[in-house]
Design a protein around this ligand. Structure first.
Ligand code: PGA
Length: 262
């Protein structure tokens, strides 16, 4: 096992979050472009979290590659009268492998609570999907010195009742809301401080094995120019990338952790 700054190195995950962008033709073009560019790459788990509508086509297109496909949301019930919703088993049936839960945009615009996020993560795990569970403070909370409290509450409540096995199949993403889509990235040290806090909480609540192995991604204006520095930190195991994942060239640079000027 490689070491960085004296600590264990977990296999990185780099996930693109396309959000509500692209036509089907554009989505297919981006996915095929990445498949070609990354055909020799196996140093990290690469995932494309695409709009649910495109999961099936993108999964088919990537079936003979190492790139995984994810959705950006789901509903926790398995089936029934829930007009407009999509379940974990439905996603799984079209080739989905990962799903983002509790993204700050869902918490903010669609009022998702930690309890909703917890139900969604459990439904994903039950169906065999890997949840990428997001937490993070807003600017006001950081300025008021409440980052630790806010993130701890989100972690504890969103992961409530999960077994060790479920925890080991979960990916966590720390995304300070003030850094999302704003061009303001947390410094590697600022981000790592919160990652360390999350890992301590995991150790207390879920044991050493979970704390040591769960991958914690950083998200919020990750770009080719800053990914290298972030990835040097001992508790940062990859990235959840929004804007910069919409372009094949910039996402490839991020996936390869290219070291560049700002
Ligand atoms: P950003 O988005 O990279 O555009 O800041 C990250 C995210 O929302 O997951």
């Amino acid at each position: 096992m490689r070491e960085k700054k004296g600590r264990k190195v977990r296999r990185p995950v780099i996930a693109g979050n396309w959000k509500m962008n692209k036509s089907l033709a554009e989505a297919e073009e981006l996915a095929s472009g990445l498949k070609e560019r990354l055909k020799d790459f196996d140093d990290a788990d690469v995932v494309l979290c695409v709009p649910s509508l495109y999961v099936e086509s993108v999964a088919n297109l990537l079936s003979d590659s190492r790139i995984g496909v994810g959705a950006q949301n789901l509903y926790w019930e398995e089936k029934g009268a829930f007009t407009g919703e999509i379940s974990a088993t439905m996603l799984k049936s079209v080739g989905c492998e990962y799903v983002i839960v509790g993204h700050s945009e869902r918490r903010q615009y669609f009022r998702e609570t930690n309890q909703d996020v917890n139900r969604k993560a459990k439904a994903a795990l039950t169906a065999g999907l890997t949840p990428i569970l997001c937490v993070g403070e807003v600017l006001r909370e950081r300025e008021d010195g409440r980052t630790e409290d806010v993130v701890s509450k989100q972690v504890v409540e969103s992961l409530e009742g999960m077994t060790e096995e479920e925890m080991l199949s979960t990916v966590i993403a720390y995304e300070p809301v003030w850094a999302i889509g704003t061009g303001k990235t947390a410094t590697p040290e600022q981000a790592n401080e919160v990652h360390e806090l999350i890992r301590k909480l995991l150790a207390q609540r879920h044991g050493a094995e979970v704390a040591e192995n769960v991958r914690i991604l950083y998200g919020g204006s990750v770009k080719p120019g800053n990914v290298y520095g972030l990835m040097q930190e001992p508790d940062i195991d990859g990235g959840l990338v929004g804007g910069a994942s919409l372009d094949a060239g910039s996402f490839e640079k991020i996936v390869r952790f290219e070291r560049q000027g700002p």
